[in-house]
Ligand binder design. Structure first.
Ligand code: HEC
Length: 92
C-alpha cells in the first residue's frame, strides 16, 4: 500500500512547483475574475485590440462592467499578463 501514496504525493508536489514557477501575478486576477466565462467564446485577439493602450482600456472596460473591484494597478497587471500570453504588443 506504500507505492500509490508516494506517487500521489509526487504528482501534487510537481504540479505545485510548476505552477509557482510559471505564474504571472496578473493570472491570479484573471482566474479569480472569471474572465474565461465569456472569453472562451470571444477569444482575445490582437486584431481587435491592436495596441497595448487599447488592451488596458479593454481590460478596465470589462472590469468595470463586471464590478470586480480591481484597483488600477491590478488592471495593469492583468493587461500585462494578457499581453504576454496573447497579444505580444510592445509596451509604451
Ligand atoms: C460577461 C461577459 C464578459 C466577461 C465576464 C468578460 N468580458 Fe471581456 N469582453 C466582453 C465583450 C462582450 C467584449 C467586447 C466584444 C469583443 O470585443 O469581443 C469584451 C472585450 C474584451 C477585450 C478586448 C477584445 C479583444 O479580443 O481584444 C479584452 C482584452 C477583455 N474583454 C478582457 C477581459 C478581462 C480581462 C476580463 C476579466 C476581468 C473580461 N474581459 C471578462 C465580455 C466579457
Amino acid at each position: 500500500m506504500k507505492k500509490p501514496m508516494i506517487a500521489l504525493f509526487s504528482i501534487a508536489a510537481f504540479s505545485l512547483s510548476t505552477s509557482a514557477m510559471a505564474e504571472h501575478p496578473g493570472k491570479a486576477f484573471h482566474d479569480s475574475a472569471n474572465c474565461m466565462k465569456c472569453h472562451t467564446d470571444k477569444p482575445y485577439s490582437p486584431q481587435k485590440t491592436p495596441t497595448y493602450e487599447k488592451l488596458v482600456k479593454a481590460v478596465s472596460f470589462c472590469n468595470d462592467n463586471l464590478n470586480t473591484g480591481m484597483f488600477e494597478d491590478e488592471v495593469e497587471q492583468l493587461a500585462d499578463y494578457l499581453n504576454q500570453a496573447y497579444y505580444k504588443h510592445p509596451k509604451p
